[in-house]
Design a protein around this ligand. Structure first.
Ligand code: SF4
Length: 423
Protein backbone atom coordinates (compact mmCIF):
# COMPACT_ATOMS: atom_id res chain seq x y z
CA UNK A 1 0.00 0.00 0.00
CA UNK A 2 1.17 3.49 -0.75
CA UNK A 3 2.28 5.92 1.88
CA UNK A 4 -0.96 6.99 3.54
CA UNK A 5 -2.30 10.36 2.52
CA UNK A 6 -3.34 13.13 4.87
CA UNK A 7 -6.79 13.18 3.23
CA UNK A 8 -8.45 11.85 6.38
CA UNK A 9 -7.64 15.08 8.17
CA UNK A 10 -10.23 16.81 6.02
CA UNK A 11 -12.92 14.15 6.41
CA UNK A 12 -16.14 15.37 7.90
CA UNK A 13 -19.42 13.58 8.62
CA UNK A 14 -20.96 15.00 5.43
CA UNK A 15 -18.44 13.03 3.39
CA UNK A 16 -19.97 9.60 2.97
CA UNK A 17 -17.11 8.21 0.94
CA UNK A 18 -13.65 9.60 0.33
CA UNK A 19 -11.56 7.78 -2.24
CA UNK A 20 -7.86 8.60 -2.27
CA UNK A 21 -5.29 7.59 -4.89
CA UNK A 22 -7.17 4.45 -5.89
CA UNK A 23 -5.38 2.32 -8.48
CA UNK A 24 -6.64 -0.87 -10.07
CA UNK A 25 -4.53 -2.96 -12.41
CA UNK A 26 -5.06 -6.09 -14.48
CA UNK A 27 -2.14 -8.47 -14.64
CA UNK A 28 -2.68 -10.18 -17.99
CA UNK A 29 -0.36 -12.46 -19.94
CA UNK A 30 0.21 -9.61 -22.36
CA UNK A 31 1.26 -7.24 -19.60
CA UNK A 32 0.02 -4.96 -16.85
CA UNK A 33 -3.05 -2.85 -17.66
CA UNK A 34 -3.48 0.32 -15.61
CA UNK A 35 -7.27 0.54 -15.70
CA UNK A 36 -7.58 3.04 -12.83
CA UNK A 37 -4.67 5.28 -11.97
CA UNK A 38 -4.52 7.18 -8.71
CA UNK A 39 -8.15 8.29 -8.72
CA UNK A 40 -9.45 10.47 -5.88
CA UNK A 41 -12.95 11.79 -5.24
CA UNK A 42 -15.46 12.41 -2.46
CA UNK A 43 -19.12 11.48 -2.36
CA UNK A 44 -21.11 13.67 -0.01
CA UNK A 45 -24.37 12.96 1.72
CA UNK A 46 -27.48 13.31 -0.37
CA UNK A 47 -25.80 14.17 -3.66
CA UNK A 48 -25.44 12.69 -7.12
CA UNK A 49 -21.87 12.47 -8.32
CA UNK A 50 -21.67 11.87 -12.07
CA UNK A 51 -18.65 10.09 -13.51
CA UNK A 52 -18.45 10.51 -17.27
CA UNK A 53 -16.06 9.30 -19.95
CA UNK A 54 -15.75 7.14 -23.04
CA UNK A 55 -15.69 3.33 -22.92
CA UNK A 56 -12.33 2.29 -21.56
CA UNK A 57 -11.87 5.42 -19.46
CA UNK A 58 -11.92 3.38 -16.21
CA UNK A 59 -15.20 4.60 -14.76
CA UNK A 60 -16.84 1.18 -14.36
CA UNK A 61 -13.67 -0.40 -12.96
CA UNK A 62 -13.55 2.46 -10.45
CA UNK A 63 -17.07 1.55 -9.31
CA UNK A 64 -16.27 -2.16 -9.12
CA UNK A 65 -13.17 -1.33 -7.08
CA UNK A 66 -15.30 0.50 -4.50
CA UNK A 67 -17.40 -2.59 -3.84
CA UNK A 68 -14.64 -5.18 -4.14
CA UNK A 69 -15.98 -6.70 -7.34
CA UNK A 70 -12.85 -6.53 -9.48
CA UNK A 71 -12.23 -10.04 -10.78
CA UNK A 72 -8.93 -11.78 -11.43
CA UNK A 73 -6.55 -10.99 -13.08
CA UNK A 74 -7.53 -7.53 -11.81
CA UNK A 75 -6.72 -6.20 -8.37
CA UNK A 76 -6.98 -2.94 -6.48
CA UNK A 77 -3.30 -2.25 -5.92
CA UNK A 78 -3.30 1.03 -4.09
CA UNK A 79 -5.36 3.68 -2.40
CA UNK A 80 -7.77 4.32 0.40
CA UNK A 81 -11.59 4.14 0.55
CA UNK A 82 -12.78 6.07 3.63
CA UNK A 83 -16.39 5.26 4.47
CA UNK A 84 -18.45 7.11 7.07
CA UNK A 85 -19.89 4.41 9.33
CA UNK A 86 -19.73 5.10 13.09
CA UNK A 87 -20.56 1.46 14.09
CA UNK A 88 -17.93 0.02 11.82
CA UNK A 89 -15.40 2.61 12.97
CA UNK A 90 -16.09 1.66 16.63
CA UNK A 91 -15.76 -2.00 15.83
CA UNK A 92 -12.36 -1.67 14.21
CA UNK A 93 -10.88 1.20 16.22
CA UNK A 94 -7.58 0.06 17.65
CA UNK A 95 -7.49 -3.21 15.71
CA UNK A 96 -4.21 -4.18 14.12
CA UNK A 97 -3.99 -3.03 10.54
CA UNK A 98 -7.38 -1.27 10.48
CA UNK A 99 -7.29 2.45 9.77
CA UNK A 100 -9.97 4.48 11.53
CA UNK A 101 -10.26 8.26 11.73
CA UNK A 102 -13.20 9.66 13.68
CA UNK A 103 -16.28 7.94 12.28
CA UNK A 104 -14.61 6.97 9.00
CA UNK A 105 -12.91 3.66 8.32
CA UNK A 106 -10.65 2.81 5.40
CA UNK A 107 -12.43 -0.16 3.83
CA UNK A 108 -9.20 -1.40 2.29
CA UNK A 109 -7.86 -2.13 5.76
CA UNK A 110 -10.76 -4.29 7.00
CA UNK A 111 -11.23 -7.99 6.14
CA UNK A 112 -12.64 -8.80 2.71
CA UNK A 113 -15.71 -10.53 4.18
CA UNK A 114 -16.64 -7.29 5.95
CA UNK A 115 -16.40 -5.38 2.66
CA UNK A 116 -18.54 -8.03 0.99
CA UNK A 117 -21.12 -7.78 3.77
CA UNK A 118 -21.52 -4.07 3.08
CA UNK A 119 -22.89 -4.78 -0.39
CA UNK A 120 -26.64 -4.34 -0.13
CA UNK A 121 -26.99 -2.74 3.29
CA UNK A 122 -24.43 0.00 2.58
CA UNK A 123 -23.81 -0.03 -1.17
CA UNK A 124 -26.58 -0.78 -3.66
CA UNK A 125 -25.81 -1.31 -7.32
CA UNK A 126 -27.68 -0.98 -10.59
CA UNK A 127 -26.06 -2.24 -13.75
CA UNK A 128 -26.62 -1.63 -17.42
CA UNK A 129 -28.27 -4.87 -18.42
CA UNK A 130 -30.99 -5.92 -15.97
CA UNK A 131 -31.73 -9.13 -17.87
CA UNK A 132 -28.30 -10.55 -17.12
CA UNK A 133 -28.50 -9.44 -13.49
CA UNK A 134 -31.63 -11.44 -12.64
CA UNK A 135 -31.79 -15.22 -12.44
CA UNK A 136 -34.18 -16.22 -15.27
CA UNK A 137 -35.48 -19.28 -13.40
CA UNK A 138 -36.64 -17.50 -10.22
CA UNK A 139 -39.55 -15.08 -10.02
CA UNK A 140 -38.77 -11.40 -9.72
CA UNK A 141 -40.64 -11.27 -6.39
CA UNK A 142 -38.56 -14.06 -4.87
CA UNK A 143 -35.33 -12.43 -5.99
CA UNK A 144 -36.35 -9.13 -4.42
CA UNK A 145 -37.49 -10.91 -1.26
CA UNK A 146 -34.07 -12.57 -1.00
CA UNK A 147 -32.46 -9.13 -1.05
CA UNK A 148 -34.87 -7.98 1.67
CA UNK A 149 -34.06 -11.06 3.74
CA UNK A 150 -30.32 -10.47 3.45
CA UNK A 151 -30.83 -6.95 4.80
CA UNK A 152 -33.03 -8.22 7.67
CA UNK A 153 -30.46 -10.76 8.78
CA UNK A 154 -27.68 -8.23 8.48
CA UNK A 155 -29.63 -5.82 10.66
CA UNK A 156 -30.31 -8.40 13.37
CA UNK A 157 -27.18 -7.25 15.16
CA UNK A 158 -26.46 -3.78 13.79
CA UNK A 159 -23.46 -3.26 16.06
CA UNK A 160 -21.61 -6.18 14.56
CA UNK A 161 -20.87 -5.87 10.90
CA UNK A 162 -19.02 -9.17 11.07
CA UNK A 163 -22.23 -10.90 12.06
CA UNK A 164 -23.63 -9.99 8.67
CA UNK A 165 -21.43 -12.60 7.11
CA UNK A 166 -22.45 -15.15 9.69
CA UNK A 167 -26.21 -14.54 9.70
CA UNK A 168 -26.87 -17.19 7.10
CA UNK A 169 -24.14 -19.78 7.09
CA UNK A 170 -23.87 -23.27 5.64
CA UNK A 171 -25.65 -24.87 8.61
CA UNK A 172 -28.69 -22.64 8.13
CA UNK A 173 -28.60 -23.39 4.41
CA UNK A 174 -28.69 -27.15 5.09
CA UNK A 175 -31.59 -26.79 7.51
CA UNK A 176 -33.54 -24.71 5.00
CA UNK A 177 -32.76 -27.23 2.26
CA UNK A 178 -33.93 -30.34 4.12
CA UNK A 179 -36.81 -29.07 6.25
CA UNK A 180 -39.99 -28.96 4.14
CA UNK A 181 -41.60 -25.56 4.03
CA UNK A 182 -38.56 -23.76 5.27
CA UNK A 183 -37.05 -21.32 2.85
CA UNK A 184 -34.80 -18.36 2.80
CA UNK A 185 -37.66 -16.08 1.85
CA UNK A 186 -40.39 -15.37 4.41
CA UNK A 187 -43.93 -14.08 3.84
CA UNK A 188 -42.99 -10.72 5.30
CA UNK A 189 -39.95 -10.34 3.03
CA UNK A 190 -42.19 -11.17 0.06
CA UNK A 191 -44.66 -8.50 1.24
CA UNK A 192 -41.80 -6.02 1.41
CA UNK A 193 -40.70 -7.06 -2.11
CA UNK A 194 -44.18 -6.26 -3.41
CA UNK A 195 -44.07 -2.90 -1.62
CA UNK A 196 -40.75 -2.12 -3.28
CA UNK A 197 -42.14 -3.02 -6.70
CA UNK A 198 -45.01 -0.63 -6.05
CA UNK A 199 -42.59 2.13 -4.98
CA UNK A 200 -40.73 1.92 -8.28
CA UNK A 201 -43.94 2.22 -10.27
CA UNK A 202 -44.63 -1.39 -11.30
CA UNK A 203 -48.40 -1.71 -11.87
CA UNK A 204 -50.20 -4.61 -10.14
CA UNK A 205 -47.07 -5.44 -8.13
CA UNK A 206 -48.47 -8.53 -6.34
CA UNK A 207 -49.18 -10.27 -9.65
CA UNK A 208 -45.94 -9.03 -11.21
CA UNK A 209 -43.93 -10.39 -8.29
CA UNK A 210 -44.92 -13.89 -9.37
CA UNK A 211 -43.62 -13.41 -12.89
CA UNK A 212 -40.19 -14.34 -14.25
CA UNK A 213 -37.69 -11.79 -15.58
CA UNK A 214 -38.43 -12.78 -19.18
CA UNK A 215 -42.03 -11.62 -18.69
CA UNK A 216 -40.88 -8.07 -17.85
CA UNK A 217 -40.07 -5.40 -20.45
CA UNK A 218 -36.59 -3.82 -20.33
CA UNK A 219 -37.89 -0.70 -18.56
CA UNK A 220 -39.86 -2.72 -16.01
CA UNK A 221 -36.90 -4.94 -15.30
CA UNK A 222 -34.70 -1.89 -14.76
CA UNK A 223 -37.30 -0.62 -12.26
CA UNK A 224 -37.21 -4.02 -10.56
CA UNK A 225 -33.43 -3.77 -10.36
CA UNK A 226 -33.72 -0.38 -8.70
CA UNK A 227 -36.19 -1.95 -6.25
CA UNK A 228 -33.68 -4.72 -5.54
CA UNK A 229 -30.90 -2.20 -4.92
CA UNK A 230 -33.18 -0.29 -2.53
CA UNK A 231 -34.07 -3.44 -0.58
CA UNK A 232 -30.96 -3.06 1.52
CA UNK A 233 -31.71 0.63 2.18
CA UNK A 234 -28.17 1.52 1.13
CA UNK A 235 -26.31 4.72 1.97
CA UNK A 236 -24.86 4.82 -1.52
CA UNK A 237 -26.34 3.71 -4.81
CA UNK A 238 -23.90 2.99 -7.62
CA UNK A 239 -25.67 3.21 -10.98
CA UNK A 240 -23.46 2.06 -13.84
CA UNK A 241 -24.94 3.09 -17.21
CA UNK A 242 -28.44 2.46 -15.79
CA UNK A 243 -30.29 3.58 -18.91
CA UNK A 244 -27.96 2.73 -21.78
CA UNK A 245 -29.93 -0.35 -22.84
CA UNK A 246 -33.27 1.47 -22.86
CA UNK A 247 -35.05 3.57 -25.46
CA UNK A 248 -35.18 7.31 -24.86
CA UNK A 249 -38.70 7.57 -23.42
CA UNK A 250 -38.11 4.77 -20.93
CA UNK A 251 -34.68 6.25 -20.21
CA UNK A 252 -36.28 9.53 -19.12
CA UNK A 253 -38.74 7.67 -16.87
CA UNK A 254 -35.96 5.67 -15.20
CA UNK A 255 -33.87 8.79 -14.64
CA UNK A 256 -36.86 10.55 -13.08
CA UNK A 257 -37.44 7.53 -10.86
CA UNK A 258 -33.79 7.47 -9.79
CA UNK A 259 -33.88 11.14 -8.94
CA UNK A 260 -37.12 10.72 -6.96
CA UNK A 261 -35.85 7.81 -4.88
CA UNK A 262 -32.57 9.62 -4.25
CA UNK A 263 -34.41 12.71 -3.02
CA UNK A 264 -36.98 10.74 -0.97
CA UNK A 265 -34.36 8.68 0.83
CA UNK A 266 -31.60 11.28 1.02
CA UNK A 267 -29.24 8.72 -0.50
CA UNK A 268 -25.99 9.45 -2.24
CA UNK A 269 -25.62 8.24 -5.81
CA UNK A 270 -22.58 7.64 -8.00
CA UNK A 271 -23.90 7.79 -11.56
CA UNK A 272 -21.61 6.36 -14.23
CA UNK A 273 -22.35 7.12 -17.84
CA UNK A 274 -20.82 8.07 -21.17
CA UNK A 275 -23.81 10.35 -21.82
CA UNK A 276 -23.38 14.01 -20.93
CA UNK A 277 -27.11 14.57 -21.44
CA UNK A 278 -27.78 12.15 -18.56
CA UNK A 279 -25.08 13.84 -16.48
CA UNK A 280 -26.60 17.29 -17.11
CA UNK A 281 -30.03 16.09 -16.11
CA UNK A 282 -28.98 14.29 -12.93
CA UNK A 283 -25.68 15.31 -11.36
CA UNK A 284 -24.74 17.79 -8.67
CA UNK A 285 -21.03 17.34 -9.28
CA UNK A 286 -19.09 15.75 -12.13
CA UNK A 287 -15.81 13.88 -12.52
CA UNK A 288 -14.59 13.49 -16.09
CA UNK A 289 -12.44 10.39 -16.59
CA UNK A 290 -9.96 9.64 -19.35
CA UNK A 291 -7.49 6.75 -19.59
CA UNK A 292 -8.01 5.72 -15.98
CA UNK A 293 -7.62 9.21 -14.51
CA UNK A 294 -9.95 11.98 -13.41
CA UNK A 295 -8.93 14.80 -15.75
CA UNK A 296 -11.47 17.44 -14.71
CA UNK A 297 -13.91 17.79 -11.82
CA UNK A 298 -16.37 20.41 -10.71
CA UNK A 299 -20.00 21.16 -10.12
CA UNK A 300 -22.50 21.04 -12.96
CA UNK A 301 -22.18 24.72 -13.78
CA UNK A 302 -18.37 24.72 -13.81
CA UNK A 303 -18.12 21.74 -16.14
CA UNK A 304 -20.81 22.92 -18.55
CA UNK A 305 -20.12 26.67 -18.44
CA UNK A 306 -16.37 26.71 -18.16
CA UNK A 307 -14.79 23.42 -19.26
CA UNK A 308 -11.01 23.69 -19.33
CA UNK A 309 -9.68 20.29 -20.32
CA UNK A 310 -9.86 19.78 -24.10
CA UNK A 311 -11.27 16.28 -23.51
CA UNK A 312 -14.22 17.73 -21.58
CA UNK A 313 -14.67 20.30 -24.34
CA UNK A 314 -14.52 17.49 -26.88
CA UNK A 315 -17.22 15.52 -25.05
CA UNK A 316 -19.45 18.59 -24.98
CA UNK A 317 -18.75 19.22 -28.66
CA UNK A 318 -19.75 15.71 -29.68
CA UNK A 319 -23.32 15.88 -28.32
CA UNK A 320 -25.82 15.84 -31.21
CA UNK A 321 -27.66 19.16 -31.52
CA UNK A 322 -31.26 18.08 -32.05
CA UNK A 323 -32.61 21.60 -32.26
CA UNK A 324 -30.31 22.63 -35.07
CA UNK A 325 -28.85 19.52 -36.66
CA UNK A 326 -25.30 19.97 -37.85
CA UNK A 327 -24.19 18.43 -41.15
CA UNK A 328 -21.59 16.55 -39.09
CA UNK A 329 -21.00 15.96 -35.43
CA UNK A 330 -17.68 17.06 -33.98
CA UNK A 331 -16.23 13.78 -32.76
CA UNK A 332 -13.05 13.63 -30.72
CA UNK A 333 -10.42 12.50 -33.21
CA UNK A 334 -8.46 9.33 -32.52
CA UNK A 335 -8.98 6.55 -30.01
CA UNK A 336 -8.48 6.06 -26.31
CA UNK A 337 -4.83 5.18 -25.67
CA UNK A 338 -3.51 1.77 -24.74
CA UNK A 339 -3.63 1.24 -20.99
CA UNK A 340 -0.79 -1.29 -21.05
CA UNK A 341 1.77 -0.02 -18.59
CA UNK A 342 4.62 -0.50 -21.05
CA UNK A 343 2.86 1.62 -23.68
CA UNK A 344 1.72 4.54 -21.50
CA UNK A 345 3.91 7.58 -21.84
CA UNK A 346 5.05 10.03 -19.20
CA UNK A 347 3.07 12.98 -20.51
CA UNK A 348 -0.61 13.86 -20.72
CA UNK A 349 -2.50 10.77 -21.92
CA UNK A 350 -4.75 12.93 -24.09
CA UNK A 351 -1.88 14.56 -26.00
CA UNK A 352 -2.28 12.35 -29.10
CA UNK A 353 -5.85 13.53 -29.59
CA UNK A 354 -5.63 17.03 -28.21
CA UNK A 355 -5.97 20.00 -30.59
CA UNK A 356 -4.05 22.14 -28.08
CA UNK A 357 -1.13 19.82 -27.33
CA UNK A 358 2.13 21.64 -26.69
CA UNK A 359 5.65 20.66 -25.82
CA UNK A 360 4.94 21.29 -22.15
CA UNK A 361 2.27 18.55 -22.30
CA UNK A 362 4.97 15.90 -22.68
CA UNK A 363 5.30 16.10 -18.91
CA UNK A 364 2.18 15.00 -17.10
CA UNK A 365 0.41 18.04 -15.64
CA UNK A 366 -0.73 17.79 -12.00
CA UNK A 367 -4.33 18.49 -11.02
CA UNK A 368 -4.75 22.19 -10.31
CA UNK A 369 -7.60 24.50 -9.32
CA UNK A 370 -9.31 26.41 -12.11
CA UNK A 371 -9.60 30.16 -11.46
CA UNK A 372 -8.34 29.57 -7.94
CA UNK A 373 -11.46 27.61 -6.95
CA UNK A 374 -10.99 24.44 -4.95
CA UNK A 375 -14.10 22.80 -6.33
CA UNK A 376 -13.26 23.09 -10.04
CA UNK A 377 -9.98 21.37 -10.91
CA UNK A 378 -8.33 19.98 -14.02
CA UNK A 379 -5.22 18.07 -15.05
CA UNK A 380 -4.17 20.22 -17.97
CA UNK A 381 -1.56 22.89 -18.71
CA UNK A 382 -4.38 25.15 -19.95
CA UNK A 383 -5.49 25.67 -16.35
CA UNK A 384 -3.01 28.51 -16.01
CA UNK A 385 -1.78 29.33 -19.50
CA UNK A 386 -3.07 29.95 -22.99
CA UNK A 387 -2.47 27.69 -25.95
CA UNK A 388 0.69 28.81 -27.73
CA UNK A 389 0.74 27.70 -31.41
CA UNK A 390 4.52 28.11 -31.59
CA UNK A 391 4.79 25.24 -29.11
CA UNK A 392 2.11 23.13 -30.82
CA UNK A 393 2.73 19.41 -31.23
CA UNK A 394 0.13 18.52 -33.84
CA UNK A 395 -1.41 19.78 -37.03
CA UNK A 396 -4.72 20.12 -35.19
CA UNK A 397 -3.01 22.24 -32.59
CA UNK A 398 -1.98 24.78 -35.21
CA UNK A 399 -5.37 24.89 -36.81
CA UNK A 400 -6.92 27.64 -34.74
CA UNK A 401 -10.12 27.75 -36.83
CA UNK A 402 -10.88 24.09 -36.08
CA UNK A 403 -10.18 24.65 -32.44
CA UNK A 404 -12.45 27.68 -32.33
CA UNK A 405 -15.23 25.79 -34.13
CA UNK A 406 -14.92 22.92 -31.74
CA UNK A 407 -15.06 25.21 -28.73
CA UNK A 408 -18.06 27.06 -30.11
CA UNK A 409 -19.85 23.77 -30.74
CA UNK A 410 -19.01 22.65 -27.19
CA UNK A 411 -20.50 25.82 -25.75
CA UNK A 412 -23.64 25.48 -27.82
CA UNK A 413 -24.13 21.83 -26.91
CA UNK A 414 -23.53 22.54 -23.25
CA UNK A 415 -26.25 25.16 -23.39
CA UNK A 416 -28.66 22.71 -25.09
CA UNK A 417 -27.89 20.00 -22.54
CA UNK A 418 -28.63 22.42 -19.72
CA UNK A 419 -31.91 23.43 -21.33
CA UNK A 420 -32.93 19.77 -21.72
CA UNK A 421 -31.98 19.12 -18.13
CA UNK A 422 -34.12 22.04 -16.97
CA UNK A 423 -37.07 20.67 -18.94
FE1 SF4 B 1 -4.10 18.90 -24.21
FE2 SF4 B 1 -1.82 19.51 -23.02
FE3 SF4 B 1 -4.09 19.77 -21.68
FE4 SF4 B 1 -3.14 17.35 -22.26
S1 SF4 B 1 -2.21 18.88 -20.91
S2 SF4 B 1 -5.23 18.04 -22.48
S3 SF4 B 1 -2.26 17.68 -24.27
S4 SF4 B 1 -3.46 20.93 -23.52
Amino acid sequence: MSQRTDARRSLDPDTLLSVRDLSTRFFTQEGQVNAVESVSFDVRDNEILGIVGESGSGKSVTALSLIDLVESPGRVTDGEIWYYHPDLADEFRGEDGAQVEGDHVDLRTVPAQVRRALRGPSFGTIFQDPMSSFNPSITVGEQLAEAVEVQRRASANPRSTRSRTQGYGFARFLVDAVVPGRGYVSDSSMDRAIELLEQVGIPDPAARAEEYPSQFSGGMLQRAMIAQALAGEPDLLIADEPTTALDVTIQAQILDLLRDVQADRGMSVVLITHDLGVIARMSDRIDVMYAGEVVERGDLEAIFENPVHPYTRGLLGSIPDLQEPQPRLEPIAGNVPSLFDAEMGDGCYFADRCPNAMRSCLEKPPERPVDGTRAHRAKCVLVDRQYDPTEGLSKGANDSDDSTDSNAQAEKNASNARTEAAE
